[in-house]
Design a protein around this ligand. Structure first.
Ligand code: SAM
Length: 220
């Protein structure tokens, strides 16, 4: 998959239609919509499945994992409230699609993936597409203490609880967006660190993510 693919007029047209669909579903941030408009999502699909690339749905990427639905990617990206140059940690690199959207938004991205096959694949493929991030392999439920603090943290797998390590690794005024619930559905939460002692918590819609594994995930 991925390489030796072209980004044709037809793909760009399909992407524009996807952006319009996301607008219709309530995504307003121009930074997010422009980023979605620039990332060639079909590069993440085997040739036989390319017609699925610009539909608003999740899709299997192997290893029992999925590339997130474009609406979900756009929703989480918008709720992160990104400004260019921010230092962002993504938990669950997966295919790398969400990472590309964040990179198009101008962030300095640290991304960690638990599954070694996906980690190796994505670490190789994204630079070939022109995207530069800091890639890590390991249990992201514990964050990435060595590189903390982060202005923003995004978790792209469903957690049973908000991992305390991630909250600790937020900078002051930092925001964490994370789906929390059971293995079937999770409520999207946004935690904001007002100061060292004060956090606020906002609740949004329900989503369905694959489980966040690891010490502060479902593997306790
Ligand atoms: N962001 C991805 C994308 O754009 O394709 C979608 C991610 S997929 C829905 C969730 C990913 O989280 C999977 O690749 C899974 O292996 C990974 N994951 C699960 N638990 C993890 C953990 N503790 N640390 C890091 N990655 C984890």
């Amino acid at each position: 998959m991925l390489l030796n693919k072209e980004d044709t007029y037809k793909h760009r047209g399909m992407r524009k239609a996807l952006v319009n669909l996301l607008k219709g579903k309530g995504i307003q941030s121009e930074l997010v919509l422009d980023a979605v408009n620039r990332v060639p999502r079909h590069f993440f699909f085997e040739s036989a499945f390319i017609e699925h690339a610009y539909q608003d749905k999740a899709f299997p990427i192997g290893q029992g994992q999925t590339i997130s639905q474009p609406y979900t990617v756009a929703f989480q990206s918008e709720k992160l409230d990104i400004q260019k140059g921010m230092k962002v940690l993504e938990i669950g690199t997966g295919s790398g699609y969400q990472a590309c959207v964040l990179l198009e938004m101008g962030v300095d991205l640290y991304t960690i993936e638990y599954n070694e096959v996906l980690y190796k694949r994505t670490k190789k493929v994204l630079p070939k597409m022109g995207y530069k991030a800091h890639f890590f392999h390991g249990d992201g439920s514990k964050g990435l203490e060595k590189h903390a603090p982060f202005d923003r943290i995004i978790v792209t797998a469903g957690a049973p609880l908000v991992p305390i390590s991630l909250v600790k690794q937020l900078s002051i005024h930092g925001k964490l967006i994370i789906p929390v619930g059971n293995k079937d559905k999770q409520k999207m939460l946004r935690i904001t660190k007002k100061d060292e002692k004060k956090l606020t918590r906002e609740e949004f819609d329900y989503f369905a993510f694959v489980p966040l594994l690891g010490t502060e995930g479902w593997n306790k």
